[in-house]
Write a protein that binds this ligand. Sequence first.
Ligand SMILES: [Zn+2]
Length: 263
Amino acid sequence: MKLLEIVKLLDGQPNATRQALIMEHLDVLGVRYVEQKYATGTNLFVDLGRAESKIGVGTHFDRVPISAGANDNGSAIAVGLDIIRKHQEANSTAGVRVFFFDEEETGLKGSLAYVAQYGIRNLTGLLNMELVGMGDKFALWPVDASHSGQLLQAFEAVARHQQVNCSRFDQIVTNTADHLPFRQAGLRDAFTITCITDQDIATAHYYFQAIEQQANTAELMEILAQAPLFKHYHQPTDTYEKLNEAALTMTSAAIWETIRATQ
Ligand SMILES: [Zn+2]
């Protein structure tokens, strides 16, 4: 099944249906999953491999009501499911925990609830994904030049090897995503991966310049509309037709090779 087909299934569905579709896929793959129920939602996670220490792979399944939720974050769900499939196909022993968080969009409630209940024990790091369905380059955030970490450096080495441009950013419009509760709990090697294009990088540059020059919201929105990535961000137009299979498979390959390199 093409990864884009999975995104298509999720497109515009209520959050509960998106979650049910993930569980259906996990059942088809024959993997067990944990349903972590907390006050306002339910996270899912899957443990792979015998190793006790796990590399975290992060996605969230909720979407903002106005948006179809394709790139944000159906794209990440499709890649997360593909990582599980690859792990099985390779008969791998690598320790991996794939997360499908609830309520990212309403204040990281799902990932906060996970960290509150389980802490960061057994996790060596977290490769979190946000918007990985369009673009031909990787943005890693929030990481600066001084940041080091086994997963971070392994991911960059894999990208170099795969001849995919990979850059570090302080933020991608926002600087919060599900890596944050893990970072705050002391897991340093936790960051978010987003697929971008040169056009997005140029637009981001103008955007931050405009903020410094105290541009108003309308002006800022106009600038963001110039970038393929930000144009559809949290908009009704964030639908699967805007995404491409190449970005999804590029992300899946890079994450999988990073797992293989650091297991
Ligand atoms: Zn998101």
